[in-house]
Ligand binder design. Structure first.
Ligand code: 3HC
Length: 715
């Protein structure tokens, strides 16, 4: 008999047509299914009951959640672990449970609909047959390394045995989550079906398995796959290449991928039992590491931001079905293409003349083409989405828009002009958003007939890839407009932080002093490659000079000018920037900047730049000092901005920096990093730098106060 409600934590079962037990996993009072100690006990008790019941010949396993299968092990449980020994026990317990599943005397088929991640996929891998729905919500993967750990419930053993070492490493080392279609293609899933028949197909498979049928699995990839995966020699090549790639990508800052590689390799070489043991040991070391703690904090912060509208008692967001985009340049087309691809809204673009509009439409369409190429959407969906995009040289088609985002030149008068024009041609309930990166929204809204409908939505370049959105209400913006902007940003796949209306908002406020300092260092004779190399080593995706080339020197100069005017000498730009713009070295988009560009690809440093700025590399400044100056300039300004309430919480500030410009995630963000260093130490170092290089390094009040009372940004 199925266990009664009093003893059940999450699993229930019933006998379907007298032979197959249908088990449903539905964790009470939780929006997703996750595997905790109590769930493990429940699974064991259920398995014991199913084994003992003679009527049960096979098992079909489903989730009771609407769009979630199993989200993995309960992350809250493993962050409470304090010792590696405890963590190893937790991993070993999970492995034992899944061994019991794998060796269960009656066949188990799973019907997967919704996210099947981490321990959830490890569970599915231990079952004997996997059917998945071909629904967009059905995603399978092992995202553990993104949390600084590794698949610790047998995933490092079972996945390579199922799909080959190469394909498994591809998923495990990057912490990839794949749509069901891809999971089917690589062989993780045995059958892919419409959600409406998931249950029937899974039950049928369970029945056939009970009747002695065994699925024949052919590993995809043919001869090449066999040569590389099917024998120890080929595998050694695979592992060597993977290790090299991991080291190149992580620069030694993230231990999890290397540990996962070791767990997979150990298991393939010494057998599954030894592999599981090594996997548990490595999981344990990672689970209590500082890097994992930081990455888990980022996960919870991001999750919390999914439901945080940034204002108290947020009204329901307004519906957006039609979007107008003014300015068909790089940002405008990125916003248009991403809005269609992610939110499926109708987009009308406008620019001054038709050739510009045509260029913008083509660029927006490229985003959709790219999705098709990467098989994220079908040909049919692609055609449907392309039809949502249109544009013109006037405001025709803007009348029905609920939201207009302007992405025109970063100039107050130009933006105000656009705002006036848009207000004249659209309905009163329209939300007008400016994609300004620096200009305060209240300044733009000065000319508005309806200033309460004006807000900032600052996207980052390239829009399709950068995950952050800064939402900036002015003091007059109505709360419903804030909700609408945040909700629409989320529909576009962005993590939105609501920030205060002040020049540069949060991201450019803390990035500007960092970029300026790079300019000063350059002018002192630090080599371009050295600057970039050191900061990439420190953990940024690219160094400051490459970032300038990517952003564009004209844009950077404009930002620097606004910030200088607003905050004075502390944020005075390095003279090198103006010289670059004057000589047309605008960066990647111009084909020349600090670096040369050949065929759209970054090539060597352009040595001519040194003549232009009148100094040549002299090796004078020590690497440690270069890093310190760049980092502390940013931390000092971040502390000041927090004190001014530019971000509502240190959490928003850190997530903004990580998602906005790639502040190293393993350092937790600038404010966590400041806490780790300690305010007293930072203040001491800033004072020394101020003595040597001038008052721009003077420690902020916010840091001084914390240094005095030992306080931290995070309590
Ligand atoms: N553990 C604990 N809580 C989790 C969780 C997990 N694995 N996955 C999701 N949650 C929680 C979220 O924190 C959130 O809690 P809240 O409502 O109290 O704020 C709630 O579930 C809903 O989550 P989302 O708001 O993120 O819901 P979405 O529908 O947007 O996304 C999801 C669902 C895709 C499952 C997403 O939550 C996600 O990616 N979760 C993490 C998946 C993951 O990393 N799994 C691996 C875990 S580690 C592991 O399995 C180790 C094993 O190898 C031993």
């Amino acid at each position: 008999m199925p266990p009664g409600p009093a003893v059940r934590a999450a699993l229930t079962w019933e006998l379907a047509d007298g032979a197959v037990a249908v088990v449903t996993f539905d964790l009470q009072n939780e929006s997703v299914n996750k595997i905790s100690r109590t769930v493990k006990d429940d699974v064991l008790a259920t398995l014991a009951a199913l084994e003992g019941d003679r009527a049960v010949q096979a098992v079909a396993f489903f989730s009771g959640k609407r769009d979630n299968f199993i989200a993995g092990a309960d992350i809250e449980e493993f962050v409470r672990l304090t010792t590696a020994a405890e963590a190893e026990r937790l991993s070993a317990d999970g492995q034992e449970l899944l061994e019991r599943v794998a060796r269960f005397p009656k066949p188990i088929a799973v019907g997967i609909h919704g996210a099947c991640l981490g321990g959830g996929l490890e569970f599915a891998l231990a079952c004997h047959y996997r059917v998945a729905s071909d629904h967009a919500k059905t995603q399978l993967g092992l995202p553990e390394v993104q949390l600084g750990i590794l698949p610790g419930a047998g995933g490092c053993q079972r996945l390579p045995r199922l799909i080959g070492a190469r394909a498994a490493l591809d998923i495990i080392l990057a912490g990839k989550v794949e749509p069901a279609q891809k999971a089917f293609r690589v062989g993780i899933v045995d059958e892919l079906v419409h959600p409406a028949i998931l249950r029937d197909v899974t039950l049928d498979a369970a029945r056939r398995l009970a009747g002695g049928w065994r699925p024949r699995r052919k590993r995809p990839g043919g001869v090449v796959a066999w040569l590389l995966d099917g024998n120890p020699l080929g595998r050694r090549v695979v592992f060597r290449a993977a290790r090299k790639q991991v080291l190149r990508q992580t620069r030694g800052h993230y231990p999890a991928p290397l540990a996962a590689l070791e767990a997979v390799e150990h298991g393939l070489r010494h057998g599954i039992r030894a592999g599981l043991k090594r996997e548990a040991q490595l999981f344990a070391q990672l689970a209590v590491s500082d890097v994992s703690r930081k990455l888990v904090q980022i996960f919870f912060a991001t999750t919390a931001l999914k439901k945080d509208f940034g204002i108290p008692n947020p009204p329901a967001p307004g519906e957006v079905r039609r979007l107008g985009v003014v300015g068909a340049g790089f940002m405008g087309s990125g916003i248009a293409g991403t809005a269609i691809a992610q939110a499926g809204v109708d987009v009308r673009m406008k620019d001054a003349d038709l050739p510009r509009v045509a260029k913008g439409l083509a660029a927006a369409r490229e985003i959709l083409d790219d999705r098709l190429k990467r098989r994220r959407i079908t040909k049919y969906e692609h055609a449907r989405l392309v039809a949502l995009l249109s544009g013109g040289a006037d405001y025709a088609g803007f009348g029905g828009a609920e939201l207009v985002i302007e992405a025109v030149f970063e100039d107050l008068a130009v933006k105000q002009q656009v705002l006036r024009e848009v207000e004249e041609t659209t309905r009163p309930g329209l939300v007008f958003a400016s994609n300004t990166s620096t200009i305060p929204i209240h300044r733009i809204a000065e000319v508005a007939a309806r200033p309460e409908r004006v807000i900032g939505m600052h996207f980052f370049s390239p829009v399709a890839r950068m995950p952050l959105l800064e939402v900036i209400p002015s003091a007059r913006t109505s709360p419903g407009v804030v909700s609408t902007a945040v909700a629409f940003g989320r529909r576009m796949g962005k993590t939105a932080i609501v920030v205060k209306d002040s020049p540069g908002f949060w991201i450019n406020r803390i990035l500007t002093p960092y970029m300026n300092e790079a300019g000063y260092l350059l002018a002192e004779g630090v080599a371009i490659e050295e600057l970039d190399g050191l900061m990439a080593e420190w953990g940024f995706p690219v160094g400051p000079i490459t970032l300038l080339d990517e952003v564009g020197m004209d844009v950077a100069e404009k930002v620097a000018g606004v910030m200088h005017a607003a905050f004075g000498e502390r944020l005075a730009p390095a003279p090198a920037f103006a010289a670059m713009v004057k000589s047309g070295r605008l960066g990647r988009k111009a084909g020349k900047g600090f670096y040369k560009y050949a065929g759209g690809k970054k090539a060597a440093v352009d040595a001519g730049v040194y003549d232009l700025i009148g100094v040549h590399p002299n090796g004078g400044t020590r690497p440690a000092e270069i890093i310190q100056r760049l980092v502390l300039m940013m931390l000092n300004e971040a502390a000041r901005a927090v004190a001014e309430g530019i971000v509502r919480t240190p959490r928003d500030g850190d997530i903004g920096a990580i998602f906005g410009f790639g502040f190293p995630p393993f350092r937790g963000g600038p404010l966590r990093h400041a806490d780790d260093l300690g305010a007293a130490r930072i203040v001491g170092e800033l004072e020394r730098l101020a003595e040597r290089y001038g008052p721009r390094f003077a420690p902020s009040e916010a840091l001084r106060d914390r240094a005095a009372d030992g306080g931290k940004f995070y309590p």
